[in-house]
Structure formats: C-alpha cells, structure tokens
Design a protein around this ligand. Sequence first.
Ligand SMILES: NC(=O)c1ccc[n+]([C@@H]2O[C@H](COP(=O)([O-])OP(=O)(O)OC[C@H]3O[C@@H](n4cnc5c(N)ncnc54)[C@H](OP(=O)(O)O)[C@@H]3O)[C@@H](O)[C@H]2O)c1
Length: 220
Amino acid sequence: MKIGIIGAGNIGGNLTRRLTALGHDVSVANSRGPETLTALAEETGATPVPVREAARDAEVVVITIPVKAIPNLPAGVLDGAAESVAVIDTGNYYPQQRDGRIAAIEDEGLTESAWTAREIGHTVVKAFNGTYAQDILDRPRPAGAPDRQAVPVAGDDEAAKAKVRALIDELGFDTVDTGTLADSWRQQPGTPVYGLRDGIDGVAKALTEASPERPSDFRG
Ligand SMILES: NC(=O)c1ccc[n+]([C@@H]2O[C@H](COP(=O)([O-])OP(=O)(O)OC[C@H]3O[C@@H](n4cnc5c(N)ncnc54)[C@H](OP(=O)(O)O)[C@@H]3O)[C@@H](O)[C@H]2O)c1
C-alpha cells in the first residue's frame, strides 16, 4: 500500500520503520525538507519528500506532528491522495507544555481530532495517540498472543476506520473502536486509556471510565 507520513519524529520515524519493514511503499516528510531525512531513508527505504508530495497517490496518510503545527500544513496537503484515503491523526493537545491555547478546542469544546479534521479539511481517524513511540517497535505481537496490546481508534468514516484498524492489526496490535471523532475525548491525554498498555478488554473498560471533562493539566 502507498502510505504518506507527515512528521518524522518519535512516532513518524517508528511508523516509517515498521511500515517499510512490512513492505509498504512509504513517503515521509518533515518541516525542514527531504534533504534532512537521508538517514531515515537509508535505514528504511522510505522516500523522503516535501510535505506537499507526501499524500500523492496514498491510500493512507499519517499526520504525526505537534498539534500547534497543524495550521502550518500547506493548503491542499491531501491533494493527489487516493479518493478513499484514510488519514490517521496521532496528535495530542498539550496546551501547557507545547501547543499553547487553541481557542476552538477550549471554547467550542471540539475534540482535538475534530479540530484537526476541520483545519485540514478532511476527516481523520484518531489512532496511536496514546501509544508510546518505542512500543511501535518493541511490542508488536501476532494476532491471538496473550500479551498483544490494543489501540483505541476513533473516526467518523467507517470505511477509513476499518482500513486503519486492518493496518494496525498488520502492525501487530489489536484495536478497540472508541466511536466517532466527537467521542474521541475518551482517548485524549489524561484519560484512563491514555498510555495504557493492555489488551482489548482492558482498553474497552478504560474507555468507558473516561470523563468528558478535560483534565486541568491539559487545559490552556
Ligand atoms: N512521542 C510519543 O511517544 C507520542 C505518542 C503518541 C502520540 N504522540 C503525538 O504524536 C504527535 C507527534 O509526536 P512525536 O513525538 O512524533 O513528535 P516529534 O518527535 O516532536 O516530531 C515532530 C515531527 O513533526 C514534524 N513537523 C513539525 N511541523 C511540521 C510541519 N508544519 N510540516 C511537516 N512536518 C512538521 C517535525 O519536523 P522537523 O523536525 O523537520 O521540524 C518532526 O519530524 C504529537 O501530537 C504527539 O503528541 C506522541
């Protein structure tokens, strides 16, 4: 599958490593340009590209950059993607530590991923936002393994969500459906499932235990 990854940091780098190892055709972009991604390209066989080209012909695009940088993505960042493209959003809003206050999230009560979808003009599937980057490399397990971790996944487009869940299964993790983007507060920072290393039952239980009120540490 052709996959574009926007962001080549902790999460983007490790997804590039695993998805290329699985045989996918990965294009990867960061903010500084493809010439700064030579080492990752040599290590993985991924193609470094400018951000504008990352989505070209892609069936899946992963956006994995700090939330505050979402408005800096070029207009039409998804132009040229496959019509049925699924866009994965790994983002977390950290107003106090990194992102600053984003009024639409705080005042309109949008979930972080609903805000991101609105900013980029395309719906997203929220996944991997609560997964430690290193676990993407260290903790894949075959289907049915007793210690296989589960990843909560939220999204409005059922076909896109199904495509993302199948890809996560390929990456070595189970998934649990959180619901729509409006429901995705259940997996945001500070919730019981955030950073939880557990299987399907534990993740499903943690999702039910979340509170819709944004924790004070994650308010700006
Ligand atoms: N780290 C984790 O374990 C973890 C786990 C789950 C979710 N997350 C979330 O996932 C997102 C990414 O986290 P991370 O830890 O991978 O971040 P990171 O290590 O700080 O890497 C960020 C990447 O985004 C790129 N970037 C920034 N602005 C950009 C722009 N306008 N256009 C294109 N690329 C841009 C950066 O490129 P340059 O270096 O060239 O600036 C860099 O490659 C965050 O929202 C984070 O909260 C992180």
